[in-house]
Design a protein around this ligand. Structure first.
Ligand code: GLU
Length: 507
């Protein structure tokens, strides 16, 4: 058995879609599980689709989620360069071999001629309007032109492409680790361009050549590449590399939240959830798409969520650390059926991860929302500790914890109208007086002091709790009130209660 080598091979055509992160994750899990190697290769041979900043974005996104590659554009390696545009000269010889062996041919057709061919076929009612075994002999190529004319054209610099000569009538078979045997009739495969007129290879040629040269053992990629796989099988065969052909695993599609059709950026935009890992500003339109990071997701929660979009461990367990995912992962447990993208499930994972994180780590998120130096890390950690059961997103620490930094500017009117009565005023007045004598307030002392005051006044503590909360925080609900008062400190609580007593009108 060859050592496992997988690759994540994105094209820098824009932001990395969340489905791409899942592809990277599955590759990573297999590599780590098998002590294998993960390669990051940038497939940038299509110059027309190149988007500046996209490669950097992909690298940053992988770094944020914690997927570390072993070899590739970042660290180099034995098969460098790992950016296909820098490997141009490598592909040429293989294209030439295919032509020399009669498995590929030069084609000189202009755009207009190709268009005319498609229109002709359309007019005759043909379902396929492709350059293929049925049409190639009517076109302008090295199979139809006399050898001398071909040579003449090549010499004089007439633009040409190299096309694969797909066999006439053959059942092309491949084994997919997820889908089992896949058979495609060669009549469904067109004579794909392998080398373009700009001298760049197409994705198909570059992908196969690189997977072979980089000794890739498993190709794990999205389902959208399944139709290309038969073509790749032909290339492995014609290049004499059948024995080294990687094993294929085409991942299931990510479906819209309602399960109907492929998830698109539009669906995500409409439903108001992110589809990219990090913020992305489209360099052409300037449009900003919010990322999972900026929307308050934790990277490990996102990975756990993504792992389950197509894979399952076969048990009830849902929460897996990255280490546990590596242990549990097998390609065989990836399903064929499309995986519904349920953002509520992503939120649930995020809540679980926030709850489980140490307060000191969560403090970073709160501190990031505050002007530098306004809150000590210890205090921030304490605030996060009382809030973490209640938050879904990292920015919720600030949204729900604002009252720790700002005295209420207004009070929840519903609570006031129901609970701000004589009893409440009596208790709060006495409580504030009692607190003024206790400079070092703890949650336990706050509780016993309040209970003492209410007992003395003969008023049930439960009856006035909401009034106390509204006077201290402004809101009708929130985190543990006694702990919140401990964090605020005695004098701040006293001043807030007194302010509420003097400003809120009795009902
Ligand atoms: N460059 C292709 C992409 O952008 C990679 C497909 C593959 O993994 O073979 O998705």
């Amino acid at each position: 058995m060859r050592p496992v080598r997988v690759r994540f091979a994105p094209s820098p055509t824009g932001a990395l879609h969340i489905g791409g992160v899942r592809t990277a994750l599955y590759n990573y899990l297999l590599a780590k599980k098998t002590n294998g190697t993960m390669i990051l290769r940038i497939e940038d041979t299509d110059q027309t689709r190149f988007v500046p900043g996209a490669e950097e974005y992909i690298i940053q996104a992988l770094e944020w989620v914690g997927i570390k590659t072993d070899e590739g554009v970042l660290q180099g390696g034995p098969h460098a360069p790992y950016r296909q545009s820098e490997r141009k000269s490598i592909y040429k010889q293989y294209a030439q071999k295919l032509v020399d062996d009669g498995n590929a041919y030069y084609a000189f057709d202009s755009e207009e001629e190709l268009e005319a061919m498609r229109n002709r076929l359309k007019a005759t009612g043909s379902v396929h309007q492709q350059y293929s075994a049925t049409t190639r002999m009517m076109m302008d190529n090295s199979l139809t032109l006399p050898e001398s004319e071909v040579e003449q054209k090549l010499k004089s610099g007439v633009p040409y492409v190299i096309r694969l000569k797909v066999p006439d009538s053959e059942e092309i078979e491949l084994h997919d680790l997820i889908r089992g045997e896949v058979k495609v009739h060669s009549s469904q495969v067109d004579d794909k361009v392998l080398m373009k007129s700009d001298g760049m290879p197409t994705y198909h040629l570059a992908n196969v050549v690189d997977d072979y040269l980089m000794q890739v053992t498993h190709v794990i990629r999205g389902e959208e590449w399944l139709p290309s796989a038969p073509l790749h099988v032909l290339l492995y065969r014609y290049l004499g590399w059948e024995k080294q052909m990687p094993r294929f695993a085409h991942l299931p599609l990510l479906l819209k939240p309602d399960g109907n059709g492929k998830l698109s950026k539009r669906d995500a935009d409409q439903a108001g959830f992110p589809i990219f890992p990090l913020n992305w500003t489209d360099p052409k339109t300037g449009e900003l798409a919010k990322g999972f990071r900026e929307s308050g997701y934790l990277p490990d929660a996102l990975l756990n969520f993504l792992a389950f979009l197509g894979w399952n461990p076969g048990t009830e367990q849902e929460l897996f650390s990255l280490h546990e995912l590596i242990e549990a992962f097998t390609v065989e447990r990836i399903g064929k059926a499309g995986a519904r993208f349920d953002i509520h499930k992503a939120q649930w994972f995020n809540q679980q991860y926030i709850k489980a994180k140490p307060d000191e780590e969560l403090a970073e998120y709160l501190l990031a929302s505050l002007p530098a130096g306004t809150c000590s890390p210890e205090r921030a950690a304490k605030i996060c500790g009382v809030l973490k059961e209640r938050v879904t997103f990292t920015h919720d620490f600030w949204l729900q914890g604002k009252f720790f930094f700002e005295a209420p500017a207004s009070y929840d009117e519903q609570v006031i109208s129901k609970k701000w009565n004589d009893d409440a005023i009596k208790v709060l007045t006495a409580f504030s007086t009692a607190l003024a004598a206790i400079p070092d307030l703890t949650a336990a002392v706050a509780k016993t002091t309040l209970e003492k005051v209410t007992a003395e006044l003969g008023i049930g503590t439960g009856k006035i709790l909401q009034a106390l909360r509204v006077s201290v925080t402004g809101a009708g609900s929130g985190p543990d009130l006694m702990l919140s008062m401990e964090i605020l400190g005695s004098s701040e609580v006293v001043s807030r209660i007194n302010r509420a007593l003097s400003t809120i009108k009795k009902v």
